[in-house]
Design a protein around this ligand. Structure first.
Ligand code: G1P
Ligand code: ZN
Length: 543
């Protein structure tokens, strides 16, 4: 066995963000860059000798190259076994499911989620712990510390593994098993949802379009929707994973999932539309010419959870990220269960799920999930909706309106200003924070400021504190404006402005959210001086 110790020096900025380390492919391609970070991950871990690691990615450019390197570093560091998805593919929720099912020590996910791919695109690497979820901040902080002091890494000199063939290989003393990327995940979905009801729905002529956006969910969706549930062949579009996602931006929203939007808003649209992102953890749900806001989707899944066999005994609690609308809070209140408000990012849900304080969780950013894994899960959300559609026999639109009639509507929108100057973005946030001392009690038209703060969170399980998680302005009528800077971008800064207003009046439920939120949108600009700082007169993405 030929273990080599390679001298290296630290790269600045290997700091994991909201969801792992994300950088341009060209940065990862620098000599030692990936190796350093992988070794930093292993240096932050203890007691992994002889244990199993799950490795896979969303198939983007550099995925296969990075996997070969990771396998050799893992072998040199003493892992006993690696489970790697066939062709290097594993969706993020599948990694989580496999870690849990096979009781692995942890996993490495190679993805930059919804960011574009290709030689000029983005790449990313994220470490998941033994509960199947993203490493919590204390682990990512340690990885970062190690990355900043690293001086050598270990690697085995051995030929590449053929990732296209299922079966067991060896690197040094370590086994590398190439596994079916879909089987474990599909089995878990069958346990959670009423596959026979959904099959009947499809056999009765129900129509659907699933846009895999040339990303990782293509093979998963084809197997589960078309082969197992009997949806018509062709239900899954853009179903072949491509290294550059066909040149697209694999983010399932109204702007980037345009193929699906054209179909669902066109003539003879199918009854149900859905899309998932690069690594399969996000979802967008559409009816015929009808968009379901992700915050509403979470609330609707919570309200109807007992229709799915996996949740028939009800929910222990619900968790949502702070900027996510309070729609699900109304459901929690009516179910008399707790609703937790966490900072942005899935890693904050892990403790709540592990401690069984929450069963369902979600974010406004097209992420929904549950205790079945420790990641958000795109296809899971789609199957959950199919289960509800199959049992309720209502249309997507009817389900949403019925929900609003019962709980009221939290009219919601997010405005993103992408690729703005980082310094100006920080100044905007600082200036905003300085206005807070004089903002409380101030009246702007019908809006009176009730509170404003920089959100911080104390984890109810391990009592860790996370500060500076976004600026909140809450108004007396329950409306909110939240300002955050993205932690996942790779170029400049992205300002996110989250807008929400509660509307109990059913005669106003049909209103377009941009129209209904117009005053709040103007107010956000007035308070934060968005146009002045960014030089932009409109957001680049509205969801
Ligand atoms: C974004 C979303 C956040 C999500 C994350 C990873 O992070 O806002 O909800 O968890 O992507 O998918 P951000 O760029 O806002 O830091
Ligand atoms: Zn993702």
């Amino acid at each position: 066995m030929d273990i080599k110790t390679i001298n290296t020096s630290a790269f600045a900025g290997q700091k994991p963000g909201t969801s792992g380390l994300r950088k341009k492919v060209t940065i990862f391609q620098q000599q030692h860059y990936l190796e350093n970070f992988v070794q930093a991950i292993f240096n932050s871990l203890t007691n992994f000798q002889g244990k199993t690691l799950v490795v896979g990615g969303d198939g983007r450019y550099y995925n296969k190259t990075a996997i070969q390197t990771i396998l050799k570093i893992a072998a040199a560091n003493g892992f006993g076994k690696i489970l790697v998805g066939q062709n290097g593919l594993l969706s993020t929720p599948a990694v989580s499911a496999i870690i849990r099912k096979r009781q692995a020590f942890g996993g490495i996910v190679l993805s930059a989620s919804h960011n574009p791919g290709g030689p000029q695109g983005d790449f990313g690497i994220k470490y998941n712990i033994s509960n199947g979820g993203p490493a919590p901040e204390k682990v990512t902080d340690e990885i970062y510390q190690h990355s900043q002091t690293i001086s050598k890494y270990k690697i085995i000199d051995s030929p590449n593994i053929d990732l296209s063939q299922l079966g067991i290989n060896k690197i040094g003393n370590m086994q590398v098993e190439v596994i079916d990327a879909i089987a474990d995940y599909a089995e878990l979905m069958e346990e959670l949802f009423d596959f026979s009801a959904i099959s009947k729905l499809f056999s009765s002529g129900f129509t659907m379009c699933f846009d895999a956006m040339h990303a990782v969910t293509g093979p998963y969706a084809k197997t589960i929707l078309e082969q197992k549930l009997g949806a018509t062949i062709g239900t899954v579009v853009n179903g072949i994973p491509l290294e550059d996602f066909g040149g697209g931006h694999p983010d399932p929203n109204l702007t980037y999932a345009h193929d699906l939007v054209d179909i669902m808003y066109g003539k003879d649209a199918p009854q149900f539309g859905a899309a998932s992102d690069g690594d399969g953890d996000r979802n967008m749900i559409l009816g015929q010419s009808f968009f379901v806001n992700p915050s509403d989707s979470l609330a609707i899944l919570a309200a109807n959870a007992t229709l799915a066999p996996g949740y028939k005994d009800g929910l222990a609690g619900i968790a949502r990220s702070m900027p996510t609308s309070e729609a699900v809070d109304h459901v929690a209140e009516s179910l008399k269960i707790d609703c937790y408000e966490t900072p942005t990012g899935w890693k904050f849900f892990g403790n709540l799920l592990d401690a069984k304080l929450a069963t369902l969780c979600g974010e406004e950013s097209f992420g929904t999930g549950s205790s079945h894994v420790r990641e958000k899960d795109g296809l899971w959300a789609v199957l959950f909706w199919l289960n509800i559609l199959a049992v309720s026999k209502l249309s997507v639109e009817d389900i949403v309106y019925k929900h609003w009639a019962k709980y009221g509507r939290n009219i919601y929108s997010r405005h993103d200003y992408e690729g703005i100057d980082s310094e100006l973005a920080n100044e905007l946030m600082e200036n905003l924070y300085h206005t807070f001392s004089s903002l409380k009690g101030k009246k702007f038209g019908r809006y009176v400021v009730e509170y404003c703060d920089d959100f911080s969170y104390i984890d109810p399980v391990d009592h860790s504190i996370s500060q500076n998680q976004g600026m909140r302005i809450g108004f007396q009528d329950g409306s909110r404006i939240v300002f955050r800077l993205s932690g996942t971008g790779t170029e400049g800064a992205t300002l996110r402005v989250y807008l929400e207003s509660f509307e109990p009046d059913t005669t106003k439920h049909h209103l377009d959210s941009q129209v209904a939120l117009a005053d709040l949108i103007k107010l956000a600009d007035k308070i934060a001086k968005i146009k002045d700082y960014t030089g932009r007169d409109k957001p680049s993405v509205i969801t």
